[in-house]
Structure formats: C-alpha cells, structure tokens
Design a binder for this molecule. Structure first.
Ligand code: 6PG
Length: 241
C-alpha cells in the first residue's frame, strides 16, 4: 500500500498537486473523477495557483465520483465547489467538464451519467475505466457517496447509483464500486483528526473494517495511493512520525 503522510493539509495539497501533474504527463487524454466535500478545496486552490502551468488542461477531462442532488448554484454542490477552487482559475475547455446534473431527477440522471461514462471512457469488460479516481472518506467510513447503511450499492450492476445521506436524507448520485476499482489509479485524499479512527480501521483492517465502504477500494490495477496528513494518520501503527 502506498501511504504518503505529510505534516498538514497544505503539504498534502502540494504533494497531491505534484502527483496529479505527474499523472497527466504525456497523456493524450486524461480522464479523472473528482471527489467532493471540503477536503479538495485547499488541494484545488494549490493545484490552480502553484501548478496550473505544468498541466495541459486541454487534455484533462473532468468527471465526479459523486454529486449531491442539488442545483449547481447550491453551496452543497461539488461542481460549484470545484468551479470556485479550480475551474475559475485555470484555462480548461468547457467541453472537458462533465458534471453530474444534481438538479435533475436522481434515477434518470444516474443512468444518463453512466451512459456518458460508457461512451467517453475506454472500457474493461464493459466497465468504464478512468485514468484516476480521487476519493475522500467520511468520518463514518463512507467514500464517494456509498455510505455504510447502503454498502450493498457498492456491488450494484449500475455503473452509477442513487444513494441517500444517512443523516440529511439528501439524495446523491455516485459511481459504483466496479467503476472505482476498474480505474487505472485511485488516490485517497484524507485529512484531519476526525478521520483517524476510520483510516486506522480501513488501512490496518481492525475489527469491523468490512462495514466501511472505503475498505472496499481495492483497484484491480493495485494502484492505490493514500494522501494523509499526520492528524488523519495519527492512529496508524505504521505512521513513522
Ligand atoms: C461528498 C464526497 C464524499 C467526501 C467525504 C469527505 O460529496 O461529500 O465526495 O465522499 O469525500 O464525505 O468529505 P470531507 O472532505 O468534507 O470531509
């Protein structure tokens, strides 16, 4: 397992940005699924402000691992967050941005987005293959929008599924486990002390780890990288610090 532990959120953002630049190098087309929530904000800020000149954005095609079923103008929107912290600061062709239409009816939208992935991306045994899927993890061990109370959605045959946030009841559209694990590379971006318990459970497979969807992230390629800050890694036995 490729565990990369850095001092703080700023250093994680810089190291992840350098990694992202490396990943895009020499690619004629690079298809990436972004994570949402709050952790990516500082990463996108640093990527845009310090590394933008090192990426040919005309070759990078953006998708999302999940989206909240809200309009793109809503503060809960992962698309809105990404516009504010990344797209508004870089020269990326609009046609390279493939957002999940959070304002639409979730079920037909999940089917539409799955169809888009099946057309746009190469496929491995009929499963769309990203070059990189970026994932976060919730304090409850969820990833993308696959939550512990709906962990069976991970094995859904539908490449995009409709999920429900356990507390708010908010609907989400999310990639399924097959699409995530078919990606050439998967990178977790996880920071903050509130994640430490689940990071330990998922990485060190402590008791009950199977109930956390993040533990099901095992890309067939074997290419899984964890970007952690020391707070998130604080309970790991293998944490050098
Ligand atoms: C989302 C995400 C979700 C996120 C985790 C962590 O839309 O919420 O994609 O999987 O990565 O909830 O969220 P934070 O980064 O806000 O802790």
């Amino acid at each position: 397992m490729d565990l990369r532990i850095f001092k703080d959120k700023q250093e994680v953002a810089e190291q992840f940005s350098a990694y992202f630049v490396e990943q895009t190098k020499g690619k004629e087309a690079f298809h990436v699924a972004l994570s949402g929530g709050s952790t990516p904000k500082i990463v996108f800020d640093v990527l845009a402000e310090k590394f933008a000149g090192q990426v040919d954005w005309s070759k990078v095609h953006f998708y999302w691992g999940d989206e909240r079923c809200v309009p793109p103008t809503d503060d809960e929107s992962n698309y809105k967050m990404t516009v504010e912290h990344l797209f508004s600061k870089i020269e990326v062709p609009q046609e390279n941005i493939n957002r999940i239409l959070g304002e639409k009816d979730p079920n037909p939208e999940a089917m539409r987005y799955a169809n888009l992935l099946e057309i746009d991306l190469d496929r491995v045994e009929e499963v769309p293959q990203f070059d990189l899927v970026i994932l976060g993890m919730g304090d409850d061990g969820h990833t993308a929008s696959i939550f512990p109370h709906e962990i069976e959605l991970w094995d859904s045959e539908d490449h995009c599924v409709v999920a429900t946030h356990p507390e708010s009841g908010q609907k989400r559209v999310s990639l399924n486990g097959k699409v995530i694990n078919t990606s050439k590379e998967v990178a977790f971006l996880v920071t903050g002390a509130s994640k430490a318990e689940k990071v330990e459970a998922v990485i060190e497979k402590t008791e009950g780890f199977e109930q956390y969807p993040a533990s099901l992230v095992q890309p067939t390629s074997g290419n899984l990288v964890w970007f952690l800050d020391e707070e998130a890694a604080s309970k790991l036995n293998q944490n050098p610090s």
